[in-house]
Design a protein around this ligand. Structure first.
Ligand SMILES: [Zn+2]
Length: 652
């Protein structure tokens, strides 16, 4: 193996090498830190509620027993679960790994030690590790179409990297690395010309290269990207496009197929670009990202509109009621957008990360943090039965409330690892200063050539758009503080050290202030957040003539619990008042928007589903004030109806 020069490792899920093609450099978790507010509460709950909940489900589901039964004859249970369920454990371990950056936990460390001891025993002498194959249910690499062997290996590697970076404990990573060495021996240097049906290994191998500096891992990641798109995976039940295996990635200009697969692949593509500098990879990822945002992304940031194949649909195929929007696809969108942000410095990528985080991603999880959506619709036409207590519905069931767990349990551990590592997405650095991308109470330290600089952020964001950044440490030379101005904000204001200054948003969407800073200097960025009315692209047939309510980065919805409001007939009077209020009764206090609407009278349509346009019954209705709540809070009060897009009222 060849070894490149050492690097300063950044404690984050994506830590490109110094000298890589980075417009912006990530900042280590710990040096960038969420210190309060919405995300800090969720991070606390992630440890206190979600993690023990997940550990119970790993036992209940047999995920751990699948390993134990291979080395302990007293465990007589048959192997249970899907072919890929080893990854449930690995993603939980990754979440614990990032979470341990926040402080020690004897319980979590004990679980890690137990898991590592078990995995060491199960792993073959040659590094192979997979409970489905080792149970004798399949031959090694005989069914790459569906087998998920490399996918699971990728999650194992990422878990090992997380634990190593936050605790210094390399025992799990050693297991992952032995598996990676096995993969290099089996697949590397073109020894095989095929690849796994589910991407994930690519980004993991690049991260392993970043950690170990072993070039073979990067080369294998690139090889697995190169072979895809040439029909090497097989058709499976949904055809090769489901696997992104019909068009080579460098020639593809839109996102197709299974949404999580497509976006994990592109995250790996940008990772390989960041280390090799092959522009064609960056351009392909940018082009696919642009197409996704322009034509295949829901207002909430969710992607993948089709239930069949959990897949991207055609251009503008974005039905709100039949939307799939898998939680993992939202997370994959964050992973991809973050890597593109690092590569280019373009704030549009941070805008999408924020849209996903506060809407599709936040809506995936119950306010109690122990219930989850796999499918994230933008409309629920009739209340569905609540998720069964103690049960795990099929992913396609989309019950009326969030489920404790799922038959396919990919999403909850993915949420855990994202929340636990969120500090790494707040800010970046470059040779000139600090860039703040997400606004939440936080602290950010970084080292510039002339010394260390640090800021702290105080804000009620996203409830309020005032962001106060205080310089905590500085140097004698000037440096830049760059603050993202979200694309939804039209009249930002800026006060630097007590003086109003004009806001000039640069081409990347940031206001950049360069000066000699002194500790105690304060910059206030004010992003006014009136509620606003949003329309969709006219080609999105499913919501033409409808509007949605947004405020700041938050998408709102109408929800009717117990049938008090018929959401099939509600219309909004566009141009009416949008009254932003605080409802202290709702979920311990939340912002709501009260709107003038009306309930349409459809009685003239009784028994008729269509009409000659010249004979459409005159539209009438009675005034009705309606209340919009943040979309992320829906389905927390029992089965309900809900809609994000609402017809604009027409008077006839
Ligand atoms: Zn998932």
């Amino acid at each position: 193996m060849t070894t490149d020069a050492p690097l300063d490792e950044i404690v984050a899920p994506c830590s490109p090498r110094s000298g890589a093609r980075l417009a912006l450099r990530p900042i280590s978790i710990g040096r960038a830190r969420v210190t309060g507010g919405y995300w800090a509460r969720w991070q606390r709950d992630n440890r206190a509620v979600t993690t023990p909940h997940a550990l119970r489900w790993l036992e209940k589901d047999g995920v751990l027993d699948n390993f134990r039964r291979l080395v302990d004859s007293s465990v007589t249970a048959e192997r249970r679960g899907w072919v890929f369920c080893d990854s449930d454990l690995y993603k939980v371990l990754e979440g614990i790994g990032w979470d341990l950056s926040r402080g020690p936990s004897a319980e979590l460390s004990a679980f890690v030690a137990h898991s590592v001891a078990l995995l060491e025993q199960v792993q073959g002498d040659d590094g192979y590790l997979n409970t489905f194959v080792q149970a004798g249910l399949e031959q090694r690499y005989a069914n790459l179409t569906r087998g998920h062997e490399l996918y699971c290996a990728g999650h194992l590697i990422q878990a090992g990297i997380a634990l190593t970076r936050t605790t210094g404990d390399e025992s799990l990573l050693a297991i992952g690395r032995r598996f990676a060495d096995h993969l290099v021996a089996e697949f590397g240097d073109g020894r095989r010309g095929d690849t796994d049906g589910h991407p994930e290994i690519e980004t993991a191998l690049v991260e392993l290269y970043r950690h170990t500096r072993e070039r073979d891992y990067l080369d294998l990641a690139k090889q697995l990207i190169d072979v895809r798109g040439h029909g090497v995976i097989g058709a499976g039940p949904f055809g090769p496009a489901y696997f992104q295996d019909t068009v080579p990635v460098r020639d593809q200009h839109t996102v197709v197929g299974h949404a999580v697969r497509a976006l994990y692949l592109l995250a790996g593509v940008v990772d390989v670009y960041l280390e090799t500098g092959e522009d064609a990879l960056l351009h392909a990822a940018q082009s696919q990202w642009r197409s996704m945002v322009a034509e295949k992304t829901y207002l909430t940031g969710a992607v993948g509109s089709r239930f069949e194949g959990e897949a991207f649909g055609d251009r503008f195929e974005l039905p709100p009621d039949l939307s799939y929007g898998e939680t993992c696809a939202s997370i994959a969108g964050i992973m991809l957008s973050w890597r593109l942000l690092l590569a280019t410095g373009d704030g549009a990528y941070a805008d999408l990360i924020e849209r996903i985080l506060y809407n599709a991603f936040s809506g995936s999880t119950s306010v109690s943090r122990d219930g989850f959506c796999y499918v994230n619709p933008l409309q629920r036409r009739s209340p569905r039965p609540a998720a069964p207590a103690g049960g795990k519905p099929l992913r396609t069931d989309a019950p009326g409330t969030r489920a404790e767990w799922f038959d396919v349990a990919c999403c909850p551990p993915n949420i855990m690892r994202t929340i636990a590592s969120l500090d790494g997405y707040l800010a970046t650095t470059d040779d000139h200063g600090i860039q703040l991308h997400l606004y939440t109470p936080s602290s950010v330290h970084t080292e510039l050539a002339a010394g260390e600089v640090a800021v702290s952020v105080a804000t009620e964001y996203p409830e309020d758009g005032v962001i106060a950044v205080t310089v905590e440490r500085s140097i004698t030379q000037p440096w830049t503080l760059s603050l993202r101005v979200p694309s939804w904000c039209h009249r930002p204001a800026l006060i630097v050290a007590g003086e109003h200054v004009p806001v000039e948003r640069d081409a990347r969407g940031y206001v950049v202030v360069e000066r000699v800073w002194a500790p105690g200097d304060v910059v206030v960025l004010d992003l006014p957040m009136p509620a606003r009315v949003t329309a969709a692209h006219p080609a999105v047939d499913a919501v033409r003539g409808q509007v949605a309510i947004e405020r700041g980065p938050v998408v709102f919805c109408l929800e009717s619990v117990g049938g008090e409001l018929d959401l099939d007939t509600v219309e909004l009077l566009v141009g009416g008042d949008l009254r932003v209020e605080r409802d202290e009764e709702l979920f311990g206090g939340t912002t709501v928007v009260r709107l003038d609407g009306r309930l349409r009278d459809d009685s003239a349509w009784q028994g008729v589903g269509w009409s000659d346009v010249s004979e459409i019954p005159a539209s009438s209705g009675r005034p009705q004030e309606v209340t919009a709540i943040p979309y992320r809070l829906w389905a927390n009060r029992g089965p309900s109806t809900m809609r994000v897009w609402v017809p604009a009222a027409h008077t006839g």
